[in-house]
Write a protein that binds this ligand. Structure first.
Ligand code: SF4
Length: 310
């Protein structure tokens, strides 16, 4: 980003008030087993105007970094889950801001119809930076079924091919530490994603938050989260297997302290990133460190309103 635009470009996270088809019955009910129920309540969410969210994000980021260019990151829940005209209006609101140079839209792989991809491709043709973020989490259908994800690898495959055929850049989310998975599963998921083709990656440790089915499994002792060492080892392994041209958008994830149950290390983002950086240096991967540091760090407005699976 820094090379392409000659300066740092930061993401500003936006909650546009979307919901999720894996909860309202369109695709599934109950949602993913790790998704926080309380934070999902539509009545509990009254997001500010998009312009106001951009203004508050801009104020914080500009003060911290001096950044002058931003990407509007539609992050919370399923950001393509609406009529295409409504989507066009919401995305256009963000792009109306003079310092917003593009869009990053997070969604589920089974929620990107052709007309939405055409809309995003249209923005790209106008010169905007456009990314589609797809929550895959695992390339193993057994795991996806186990966490009640509501889609399999086939839907992801279709979404990636249709998006990339239109020239839209795809960033894929993978969660490490899903129930029943180990290092070999993480590697196999990455291999399948790379084989299909991808432009960016996000890695996230599975964390246990209040109000989830996963929390019950964790309390019963039937789910054990990854240790910090296990997470760092696996992330470094995945980075070392990834071609240099693929951009890492995120290497860890946090949850709000008010809902995080485990693992506790998840809350210490910089501890995790520093451990990954040191482990990469040991493996002599300075390029990966540099690319990540020059990326587009996100500003997360608050815990509980984001979709950890997108
Ligand atoms: S994690 Fe995301 S995709 Fe899963 S139920 Fe929650 S909002 Fe929907």
């Amino acid at each position: 980003m820094q090379v392409r635009y000659g300066e740092r470009v930061h993401k500003i996270a936006i909650d546009a008030g979307f919901t999720c088809p894996n909860r309202d019955g369109s695709i599934g009910k109950g949602g993913c087993t790790f998704c926080n129920n309380a934070s999902f309540s539509p009545n509990g969410r009254k997001p500010d105007l998009i312009s106001a969210q951009i203004e508050s994000g801009r104020r914080v980021i500009a003060k911290r970094t001096g950044a002058k260019k931003y990407i509007a990151y539609f992050q919370a829940y399923t950001n393509t889950y609406a009529d295409v005209d409504e989507l066009a209006g919401l995305y256009a609101q963000a792009l109306r801001e003079p310092d917003v140079i593009g869009l990053d839209v997070g969604t589920r792989p089974d929620c990107v119809p052709d007309e939405v991809l055409d809309l995003l491709a249209g923005f790209q043709q106008q010169g905007y930076e456009v990314w589609l973020e797809l929550g895959l989490q695992s390339a193993h259908d057994t795991t996806l079924e186990r966490v009640n994800r509501g889609h399999g690898f086939a839907e992801y495959r279709q979404a990636v091919l249709r998006a990339r055929n239109r020239g839209i850049k795809v960033c894929t989310h993978l969660i490490l530490g899903l129930p029943g998975e180990s290092t070999n599963h993480h590697i196999a998921s990455l291999d399948r994603v790379l084989e299909l083709g991808v432009d960016g990656l996000k890695f996230h440790p599975l964390h246990v938050v209040k109000g989830t089915q996963l929390a019950n499994e964790w309390r019963r002792g039937s789910y054990r989260p990854l240790t910090l060492d296990e997470y760092v080892d696996d992330v470094v392994e995945l980075i070392s297997r990834t071609p240099a041209e693929i951009v890492f958008h995120r290497l860890t994830g946090t949850a709000s302290a008010s809902i995080l149950l485990a693992p506790a290390w998840c809350a210490k983002k910089w501890l995790v990133l520093n451990r990954i950086t040191m482990a990469l240096a040991k493996r002599s991967k300075p390029d990966a460190i540099r690319d990540y540091q020059q990326g587009t760090p996100e500003l997360l407005h608050s815990g509980g309103l984001t979709c950890p699976a997108m």
